[in-house]
Design a protein around this ligand. Sequence first.
Ligand code: F6R
Length: 596
Amino acid sequence: MCGIIGYAGPRNAQEVILDGLKRLEYRGYDSAGVAIVGRSLEIYKEKGEISKLASSMPSLDGHLGVGHTRWATCGQPSKMNAHPFLDCKGRIAVVHNGIIENHQALRKQLVEEGHVFTSETDTEVLVHLLEKHYKGDLHAALRETLREVKGTYATVALHVDSHQLVAARKENPLVVGLGHGENLFASDVTAILNYTNKALYIMDGETVVLDPQNVTIYDHEGRIVEREPHVVTWTVEDAQKGGYEHYMLKEIFEQPTAIHNSLLGSLEELENGSLMVDQDVPSVKLVACGTSYHASMVGKYIIEALAKIPTTVELASEYRYSPGTGENPLTVMLTQSGETADTLAAAREARRRGCRTLAVTNVVGSTIAREVDSVFYTNAGPEIGVAATKTYTAQLMAMYLLGIRLAQIRHAMGRDEVRELTSDLRGMPRYVGSVLDRSQQVNEAVDMLVPAQDVFFLGRNINYPTMLEGALKLKEISYIHAEGYAAGELKHGPLALLTKSTPVVAACVKDHTYEKMISNISEVAARNSPILAIGVEGDTDLAAVSDAIVYIPPISPILSPVPLTVMVQLISYYTAKKRGCPIDKPRNLAKSVTVD
Ligand code: F6R
């Protein structure tokens, strides 16, 4: 995925665009570029981060422009393949997020017609098609172009002779920011918040013409669409680092608030029976990718424990190609961004199979909302760090709420049980706050992980997925190879890998698997692997079999994944920091994966 920004208005377009690109950098950061219309159309690109582009550019005087930060999908990360692209005469500029599937055939045809290509990208065909179809009206040329294109896009284009930007969207996010005498395009609202809190979400198949005064949206048949702006409640501060060294650390520390916000309103809806689902379901299927998949795995334990409903979990990238069983479970898509291509495709597949669909997402206006029957918003606020943290714990809160709601409908929980659990959920920000208060101890305890090449994360039962999540966090930000394992599985193979240079992080809470966990940890100790245990405060037995220990506060075992997750996030963060890794921008990764 990539980040797109476009500006038309009285301000210096270069400043607005570079500012917007910095805010969108989490979407991709292998190269970046801007095109500004001043006395002529000027274009600057660089391989690498936005700061490199900003420092290599002269000051430009212009009030109309586009910018792009790239995460390579077609063509190497390089200056040559960075967007924007220009047509042969250097009068049209285009930025694009998505994939043009028939780009090879189009390129061949355009080359035969005399167009000269300067990059290896699929996107470049768009600008040459615009050039071919341009007869004084860029919007008309865009509509002609889209008729020839197969694939997905959010794209913005400009022409040196006009004061307009034109754009189109198909399966990639695009937002319009409505200002006073100025308007913007962006891939998400974090890039427009400095200028306006009024947003128009562009839908699939729509095209847009934007100038400083007006924004006109057209449907796929060219009819004008009227749409009320959405007032964005996120603030600029929500989307900034606020004194923390990294967005990831800021977002880890925001979890008490994010959890509080994710419950806000939901507990009332739970009480009056209007939350998420309105009828009993025979079974549930949870579908997601990556970190959201781990939240789904925790969700399975929660739903089965609370509502006693058989629940399965599937990776979205597998589900969409699976044969299906003819059953119609309630199918729940978890996706913080709401834009993950595999999860969107899975939602479409679930509906094709006739399943009722629910999405759990953090981004209002994201595509998933349009692909499902109902949506639950986790309200965790913007997450900029590539590694998901607060959106994950907010997803866990959504799983507790869903589990209780399903249990209520089929009377699987008594009123008192519901009251007790919801009261514990209300207290979750305090439990998490108490883990955060111990961050200095975590910082010291991770020393044994810093030089490691391989680390194992062990857990059982509801905290087996928590440790899968711990392993994922560690590998993505510290580049240490990490594996999450169900502790009982260790003896079926991985034990062979344990040596004194293979540290093990083990989660051990006081549930019915406690004794087994202690004996698994002792097995590890017998292979001389250093053990960093995460236990419940006061657990001296666990401390006795570990080399280092960090504690979560006493909490009911079913709720323990939340504080334990915060602990593994801190462990991963401090390890990566001590290794000097670029924590907010891990190599080869981007915040949301809009390709499949
Ligand atoms: C890892 C991470 C990814 C995402 C995955 C799905 O920290 O963030 O594994 O969880 O790409 O993203 P969403 O939830 O946006 O569908």
